[in-house]
Each structure stands twice: as structure tokens, then as C-alpha cells.
Design a protein around this ligand. Structure first.
Ligand code: G3H
Ligand code: 13P
Ligand code: ZN
Length: 308
């Protein structure tokens, strides 16, 4: 099956009470684990590639691996640039066969963010590629200081409407309390669902994206730590909050950290149990299986299982 864009995926997911899982990929085992999971769960998927992943593995290798997945399976797969940081990077990914791109201008002043997104949209749309953009900042745990700070950092619903109209973007990543990595909350996890509702009302029918959505499941943190890891106090977004978020306009949920934790925990365990193991296949087979089981679990949390 040829790769598809994220547009038809979001059209189906919007209002369907589920979201598409967007999983970060860096190498063959991660791609294989995700694809096997999605096949078993009968779920469309987004394989997303960051600038760092593209530098690590090279565009050509990642695209050939994804081509192999498309050749072997009938899955609807979209190939998405995660956190594109320049027009040139987005252009290169579009020219090189990505079916969706994100341009992340969230660190820029409002009008500069809009100008950058608009430039990418003007290049992407005539080529059939939808564009994800971001308004508001995904504050890390250290930045959560006061309510007024949060108000300045999180996505403003009124601005979101103007932003979407002026940029012509196809989906919007929102800041409502999630953040990247394994340390999202110092104390109780809290998402601003009231703000999410206001953004949904300001943008009826428009797909939203949740970044920083890993749950940092305690079992995997414990397993990493048991075998020599050091992740004290790691805390993610509880899965019941993810389930609640996907009931509305959130059509895409980004997960990277949970896959990293699952993979790393399994490799740490393999080495601890057999210190004489120096065959990459012997520790990457369980690592790939750990990715697969984590993705199967996530697809069920997102409610996208059986949605092909
Ligand atoms: O949000 C970022 C993703 O987790 C990708 O991370 O830039 O280290 O590849 P990376
Ligand atoms: P996590 O770090 O929570 O997995 O978020 C990943 C992400 O948002 C990639 O863009
Ligand atoms: Zn992200």
C-alpha cells in the first residue's frame, strides 16, 4: 500500500472519539516493532521522524525502511516530520517523500511564527502535503511556576483561531500542560481541559495535536532503575487523561519517551541477565518486542485499534 497523508486519517478520527498514534522512529527495530503492533491492532499509524532522527539514521535509510514496511503490509502509514525547525528542512522532507510535516515556530513571536508557517504551507499544499503547526509552548517541569506564567505559556484559544486562519495550517499542536521527556510534572499531573475545550470551540472541525503525551509508566521506570538506570521522579501524563483528550478534537497523539523507556529497559535487562551477551540480535529481539507491546498498549489507550 502506498503511504498516505495525515489528512484522511484526521478526517476519520475527528469526532470519532479516538486519535492516531504518532510514534518517533530512529532505526529498523523501532519501525518493525511499531508496524507489527499496528498490524495486529488494525490501526492506521503515523511514523514520525525528527531532525535528530534524520541526522542519526539518514533520510534515505529511514525512507527505505518505511518503504519495506509498506511493501510487506497493507497498513495506512503516514510519514511525518516531527518539529521541523526551518523552511529548508520541511522542503527537503516534502521533496524526499514525507506525506506530512510539522513546522515548529512556537518559540517565535506570534507574527514571525505565522510568517514561517505560511511559507511552509505555501510550499507544501500544492504538493499535497498537510502542515502541522504549534502555538504556545510545551513548558518543561521547571517552568511550571504560577498560574499567570502558565497562561502566558499555554495556547490562547482566541489567538489559535487567528493563527489557523492566517497560516492555513492543517492541524495545530496545543500547549495545555503536557511536555516532552520523562519529567513532565513535579507533583500531581494536571492538564488544562477547560482550555482544550475553549480551543476546540474556537476551531470547530479542526484537528488538534497533543505533543509530550508519554505516560512514563512506572513499571518501565522501575525496570530501568532495577538494572542500573537512574530515573528518580520521572512522571508522565496519566493514560486516563489521554483517553479523555482524544474524545474531542485531538486527532494525533505524539509518543516517543514511552518507546525509549520500553526499549532501554529491555536492553538493560538483557545485559544484566547475561553479561556475556554481545550479539546485538540477542538484545535487539527483546527490544523490538518491547516496542511492539508498548505500541499495542498505546493504540488501545488511543482507541484507534480496529479503525482500519
Ligand atoms: O519531541 C521530540 C521527540 O521526542 C524527538 O526527539 O529530537 O531527540 O529525536 P529527538
Ligand atoms: P514524549 O516525550 O512525551 O514522548 O513526546 C514526544 C513528542 O511530542 C514528539 O514530538
Ligand atoms: Zn513534540
Amino acid at each position: 500500500m502506498p503511504k498516505i497523508s495525515t489528512k484522511p486519517m484526521f478526517e476519520k478520527a475527528y469526532g470519532g472519539g479516538y486519535a492516531i498514534g504518532a510514534f518517533n522512529v530512529n532505526n529498523m527495530e523501532i519501525i518493525q516493532g511499531i508496524v507489527e503492533a499496528a498490524e495486529e491492532e488494525k490501526s492506521p499509524i503515523i511514523l514520525q521522524i525528527s531532525k535528530g532522527a534524520r541526522q542519526y539514521a539518514r533520510h534515505e535509510y529511514l525512507m527505505k525502511l518505511i518503504e519495506a514496511a509498506l511493501q510487506i503490509s497493507d497498513l495506512p502509514i503516514a510519514v511525518h516530520l516531527d518539529h521541523g525547525d526551518s523552511f529548508e528542512l520541511c522542503k527537503s522532507c516534502i521533496d524526499g517523500g514525507f506525506t506530512s510535516v510539522m513546522i515548529d515556530g512556537s518559540h517565535l513571536p506570534f507574527d514571525e511564527n505565522i510568517a514561517l508557517v505560511k511559507k511552509v504551507v505555501d510550499y507544501a499544499h500544492p504538493r499535497g502535503v498537510p502542515v502541522e503547526a504549534e502555538l504556545g509552548r510545551l513548558a518543561g517541569v521547571e517552568e511550571h511556576v504560577s498560574v499567570s506564567d502558565l497562561d502566558a505559556i499555554y495556547t490562547n484559544p482566541r489567538e489559535a483561531k487567528e493563527y489557523v486562519e492566517r497560516t492555513g495550517c492543517d492541524s495545530l499542536a496545543v500547549a495545555i500542560g503536557t511536555s516532552h521527556g520523562a519529567y513532565k510534572f513535579k507533583t500531581e499531573p494536571k492538564l488544562d481541559f477547560e482550555r482544550l475545550k475553549q480551543i476546540e470551540e474556537a476551531l470547530p472541525g479542526f484537528p488538534l495535536v497533543l505533543h509530550g503525551a508519554s505516560s512514563v509508566l512506572q513499571d518501565f521506570v522501575d525496570m530501568c532503575n532495577k538494572y542500573g538506570g537512574k530515573l528518580p521522579g520521572a512522571k508522565g501524563v496519566p493514560e486516563d487523561m489521554i483517553k479523555r483528550a482524544v474524545q474531542g478534537a485531538v486527532c494525533k497523539v505524539n509518543i516517543d519517551t514511552d518507546l525509549r523507556l520500553a526499549m532501554t529497559a529491555s536492553i538493560r535487562k538483557a545485559f544484566a541477565e547475561d553479561p556475556a551477551n554481545f550479539d546485538p540480535r540477542k538484545y535487539l529481539v527483546p527490544a523490538r518486542e518491547a516496542i511492539k507491546q508498548m505500541v499495542k498498549h498505546k493504540l488501545r489507550v488511543l482507541g484507534v485499534n480496529g479503525k482500519i
